[in-house]
Design a protein around this ligand. Structure first.
Ligand code: F6R
Length: 618
């Protein structure tokens, strides 16, 4: 939610603050795109702002029409509206006196604070919760004359979640930020420093970053970075070097980030598998900071996640239960937190998240820790909050995922859960070492097979273009094909705004078959006939049942499966692989289908309406 950028540069005023901020916002636009804005400070004490509803391009146009003066510091924001419609007035920054503020998150006590301000004669002009923070900060600054001290005071008063950045006309070489349950990282440059919701904000200028802890205030000047807690006591961030560069955050010749990321998937899986074995070929997960003793004692695993990440958890359930004989529950993080889950010291709670910032998932981790469970994060974004709060982390190495809807992170998440399952099986002795090795060999062959699926995707693209006007698509799957069906439906909803539902194929006769009428397109994910034979036969029967009722059947099956042909209007073949690994292949045609169909409809596949990449509010 909301992208935030801050910059302070060399002593002399120029256009660099504006350029850095607009470039950072361009890279962060995937976080929110309802409106965008910038505030700058110049050495002569001028505070200048520009903001516009709609995408970043509208702000750029506004600045072209009404150029901003040269400056030394700037902050910028792309918004995902929570309080107040996406209008020019509600766009950030919000100005109070000589100070401007941008905000990500929700100030939950803003009604009380607004009433308090009103009683003191301060009127808010927008409908946002943010403006309250701007007025409080201006008043605290007027009382102290110290922007950092003012920020610590205000941060202590706000409830909810927030990242705040502020500039003040009296301090042309300073940007102050604060974070509570919302992301903020520092970029370290030479004679210039940066702030961003994530490192993409400043990656074109520096790969040196500083991870901030929870409830910290940061002050950046050209000379350095000072971090304190909310009471002004010195604190330290963790310095690290970002392991990807600008090329990874560019489209690289593809029409969209979504298309590029779908094509990146062989690398995302290969990179997630890299370096996971020791000299004897045994699986090692070095990053896991949980003792073998604790892992051996685990008697239940609960996967908590949201959306696509939760579907990765569903795939994990099939694999981990089969390999480790440990019961695995998968629960949407927001549901987990608000019921009374039975977890204890022998429960391993696995939080799966691309961003590492999803508030629902973070809250589930906290709740699990309070109950005494051991928590493990499977996360793609270094420096994010969930891995810092969980007991252990297993990073996926998908690289930056810019398109709002998740694709390569999903495959990397599934891969990481396979590694976890195999590691537990090795540790607990539920698989022989040679069996684990055999599975690793199969896993390492998957990137090439994914590439084969991509190389064969012309037909699926063609069909997607023909189907641009279709009002509804159903997706069926069984066993590991079930979460694939759910993900196929989610991708189509998100990207193409088409009604789409995913079902367990076995559930068909219990209701959903009523939706099937002549011409209804139905994707069916068919398990391998070489796997459990009855499963394959049952899905083939399901295809016949819907075909008999006039459905148009679009079947995803493995090479050599001739049994499906007579009942399929189209078959998209994927290479053969072990049953449990098949989701890494079978989901790819569904991603391509959704992306191509949405493109054919003229939609923006990278930034679908109403969505934000990183959901940092509940
Ligand atoms: C769907 C999608 C979302 C995310 C979900 C969790 O394409 O991207 O459903 O998977 O919001 O996000 P992370 O993985 O960042 O926790």
């Amino acid at each position: 939610m909301c992208g935030i950028v801050g910059y302070v540069g060399q002593g002399h005023a120029d256009g660099r603050p504006r350029e850095v901020v607009l470039e950072g916002l361009r890279r962060l636009e995937y976080r929110g795109y309802d409106s965008a804005g910038i505030a700058q400070v110049s050495p002569d004490g001028t505070l200048s702002t520009a903001k516009k509803a709609g995408k970043l391009a509208n702000l750029v146009e506004e600045i072209d029409l009404h150029p901003l003066p040269d400056a030394t510091a700037a902050i910028g924001h792309t918004r995902w509206a929570t309080h107040g419609a996406p209008t020019d007035r509600n766009a950030h920054p919000h100005v109070a006196g000589r100070l401007a503020v941008i905000h990500n998150g929700i100030v939950e006590n803003f009604v009380t604070l607004k009433a308090e301000l009103a009683a003191q004669g301060v009127e808010c002009t927008s409908e946002t919760d943010t403006e309250v923070a701007a007025h409080l900060l201006a008043r605290a600054y007027d009382a102290t004359g110290d922007l950092t001290a003012a920020m610590t005071q205000v941060a202590r008063r706000l409830e909810g979640t927030f990242t705040l950045l502020a500039v003040h006309a009296d301090h042309p070489r300073t940007v102050v930020g604060a974070r509570h349950d919302s992301p903020l990282v520092v970029g370290i440059g030479e004679g210039e420093n940066f702030l961003g919701s994530d490192v993409a904000a400043f990656i074109s200028a520096t790969r040196e970053a500083l991870e901030l802890g929870q409830d910290q205030v940061v002050t950046i000047t050209p000379e350095g970075v000072v971090v304190t807690d909310f009471h002004g006591a010195p604190a330290e961030g963790r310095r690290y070097t970002v392991d990807w560069d600008t090329a990874a955050a560019e489209k690289g010749g593809f029409a969209s980030f979504m298309d590029k990321e779908i094509h990146d998937q062989p690398h995302a899986v290969a990179d997630t598998l890299l370096g996971r074995t020791d000299v004897r070929g045994r699986l090692v997960l070095d990053e896991l900071r949980i003792t073998e003793e604790v892992l051996r004692a685990v008697d239940k695993i609960v996967v908590v996640a949201c959306g696509t990440a939760a579907y990765a958890g569903h795939v994990a359930k099939y694999a981990i239960e089969h390999w480790c004989r440990i019961p695995v529950e998968v629960e949407l993080a927001h549901e987990f937190r608000y019921r009374d889950p039975v977890v204890n010291a022998r429960t391993l709670v696995v939080a799966v998240s691309q961003s590492g910032e999803t508030m629902d998932t973070l809250m589930a981790v906290r709740h699990a820790k309070e109950q005494g469970a051991t928590t493990l994060a499977i996360v793609n974004t270094h420096g994010s909050t969930i891995p810092r709060e969980a007991d252990a982390v297993l990073y996926t190495h998908a690289g930056p995922e810019i398109a709002v809807a998740s694709t390569k992170a999903f495959l990397a998440q599934i891969t990481a859960t396979y590694l976890l399952g195999l590691y537990l099986a090795q540790l607990r002795g539920t698989m022989f070492s040679d069996e684990v090795e055999g599975k690793l060999v199969e896993l390492r062959a998957m990137p090439e097979r994914i590439q084969t699926v991509l190389d064969r995707s012309d037909r699926v693209r063609e069909i997607a273009r023909w189907m641009a006007d279709t009002p509804s698509v159903l997706f069926l799957g069984r066993h590991v094909g079930f979460p694939v069906a759910l993900e196929g439906a989610l991708k189509l909803k998100e990207l193409a705004y088409i009604h789409a539902e995913g079902f367990a194929a076995g559930e068909l006769k219990h209701g959903p078959i009523a939706l099937v009428e002549p011409g209804q397109p139905v994707f069916v994910v068919v398990p391998s006939p070489r796997g459990r034979h009855s499963l394959h036969a049952k899905v083939v029967s399901n295809i016949q049942e819907i075909r008999a009722r006039g459905a148009r059947t679009l079947v995803i099956a493995e090479d050599g499966d001739e049994a499906v042909r007579p009942f399929a209007d189209e078959v998209f073949y994927v290479p053969q692989c072990p049953t449990l690994l098949a989701p890494l292949l079978t989901v790819v045609p569904l991603q391509v289908f959704a992306c191509e169909l949405a493109t054919a409809k003229g939609l923006d596949v990278d930034q679908p309406r109403n969505l934000a990449k990183s959901v940092t509010v509940e």
